[in-house]
Design a binder for this molecule. Sequence first.
Ligand code: SIN
Length: 299
Amino acid sequence: MSAALSALSSTDSAPPQHFEIRPFSEAVGAEILGLDLSQAVNAEDFQRIHRAHLDHHVLVFRDQRITPEQQIAFSRRFGELQIHVLKQFLLENHPEILIVSNIVEEGRNIGLGDAGKFWHSDLSYKALPSLGSMLHAQELPSEGGDTLFADMHKAWEGVPAALREVVQGRSAAHSYTARYAETKFEGNWRPTLTAEQLAQVVEVIHPVVRTHPETGRAALFVSEGFTTRIVGLPEDESRDVLQQLYALSVLPTNVYRHRWQAHDLVFWDNRSLIHLAAGCPAHLRRKLYRTTIQGDAPF
Ligand code: SIN
């Protein structure tokens, strides 16, 4: 358990809250009903949430009327927060929050409109990728806008023996810039990166199969969004192997599709899952606030 998780907090002696953890029938995920994150969460309730996060990989906290400060405070209980490289889209006075939004106001994008356009694990392009991310719904479209999550433990279990032999023990390169400017959603979302921003996102190398630092379970750790090549394989073979791994990762039996409801707060484990924003019609407004918790160096 990380230092942040074990640290005592001033809320540890708060009264217990009565809440239910209800697993989804899909591949992963559980709904948390009856918990109010605008109120203190004591140590015992926090441990239940932490355990559920490890077991179900994505938790949906329903009906959370919380402020950005409360989202940041709850996120910090799981670890240090990471500040996104696209400073243009950080919430004013709260740089811990990345605005994910397709809204254009006075000719300016208020957030990153095509965040999550390809399957990915948040910040896998950093030496210390994310432990988990929290996304809090602010404004939702009447149609579309779903987020999909794929279980990378199941993905690894499903890799056939011959392919396992090819990738076991190998590493892969991850790059923020590889598909940065590729368009998928309508709109012009990607500002040109400055030299300072580029210096923050230099290519990194991570194991193709990682061990979850808290559960010890193996998970595939490659994604179409950020993985560019498998180190030590010829280019053609690397491309072909990655395509096979991507296809196995997102088999329908591995995937939970989140259909957003007003005031949902969704908290997923980037060490166990990859995710994808399905997109929505461009004229419908969508805005969410994301906090990103730093994890360990993958091993
Ligand atoms: C993300 O990848 O963090 C954004 C996901 C979404 O907008 O649904």
